[in-house]
Design a protein around this ligand. Sequence first.
Ligand code: SAH
Ligand code: SF4
Ligand code: F3S
Length: 455
Amino acid sequence: MNKMNTKKLYIKTWGCQMNVYDSRRMEDILSPLGYTATENPEDADMVILNTCHIREKATDKVFSEIGRLRDIKEDRAKDGKKTLIAVAGCVAQAEGDFIMERAKAVDMVFGPQAYHELPEMIIKATGERVVNTGLGVDTKFDQLPQESLNHGAAAFLSVQEGCDKFCTFCVVPYTRGAEYSRPVTQILNEAQKLADAGAIEITLLGQNVNAFHGEGPDGKIWTLARLIEELAHIKVIERIRYTTSHPCDMQEDLIFAHRDIPKLMPYLHLPVQSGSNKILKAMNRKHTAESYLEILDNVRKVRPDIAFSSDFIVGFPGETDQDFEDTMEVVKKVGYQSAYSFKYSPRPGTPAAAMQAAIVREEIKGERLTRLQGLLNSEFLKFNQKYVGQIMPVLFERKSEKSGNLQGRTPYNQSVTVAANDRLIGQIVDVAINHASPSNLRGDVVTVEMVAKSA
Ligand code: SAH
Ligand code: SF4
Ligand code: F3S
């Protein structure tokens, strides 16, 4: 390509894996326009902040980043260089007009449903500031290009977007809109392209991925289990995962898929949020602690070694000491492999933000979070220690810049660090596990000599 035409693109991504996927797709869209990625915002002709609105802290970070970029933009302007600053993602969707008003350095604001319109928006933004925060998701995926899907050995594939659940604490139904499932043929094509480009693991993404109900090539509505069954026929794909799921959509066929489809990894991220039925009700979760535990039991019955993961919120309005203890009980009963836990953060426009009377003090939230994370860490360690002394198949995904070690994952989604040759990146390799921490395993690649010795 003519050097004059190459432009640099810097994307910073916050939030969930959907945002990571979206950022990759924005790179794909902009590459035919001559944009190549840079790690350095000072070099960038265009900057995209792909933002998250889920908690207050996530949102605050965006505004401090815009401040930093404004200075860079001014410095570059002194050298006669233009810099387009775009805010994308869920903060853009929720607070687009506010951003435009408060941050004059921002040229474009657009929500997650507008990424396919990026080329037109860029042309428009040379003359005026652009805001695009409509919520029509159904045409977006049809119009995203699929040229450069080289996303590594472990790739993401978005199959479902949006949410109709309206948990009272959550902004996602407002920022991502109504639930939408992509047609199956489109997904299979994208999966094949990912496989052709070197993916051997695919994680199916959706805000409520197990509510998937996409139109199949046979004209019928396919469930997530049916989709996974079909994806498993792609030869080079050896591992399939899906995230994130809602307990109420954990249908029987998906549970049985964990028994019947060997490529479906023995790992399930199924957030419970709280162990108190009173709080679950106030959260509008539509399940109880008992019904949640029963689902996990049913999955364990068909796949006894399955690893579980969850999300927790502490300090939801009205949460008493006893409610919190109920959450601790659930953690002890399940024995999680991993989990994310958060202090409740009131989000503008959500029903829970109006539950003023029952606010839990920040100090109490902090204490509860510390206790919960202490317990969770001891559970993670217990889970990981079971694998010390065992040989595990690890998919090496990348090299750590700092240590030079390779990072990979076991079927149970445990992260593994190994000192090994770079050429193993992108392969599934047997590793003898010799050390466990709450969040990581370490080990050595199993060599022919090791096998001979142990025989
Ligand atoms: N669709 C997923 C979750 C998406 S958001 C699900 O239903 O489980 C990811 C996690 O962020 C949630 O599971 C929840 O634990 C947390 N979260 C969402 N809103 C929050 C809020 N207002 N305060 C604190 N944590 C929140
Ligand atoms: Fe948010 Fe609830 Fe939807 Fe998950 S299910 S995205 S927590 S509203
Ligand atoms: Fe955040 Fe939006 Fe994902 S709010 S968690 S980036 S759906």
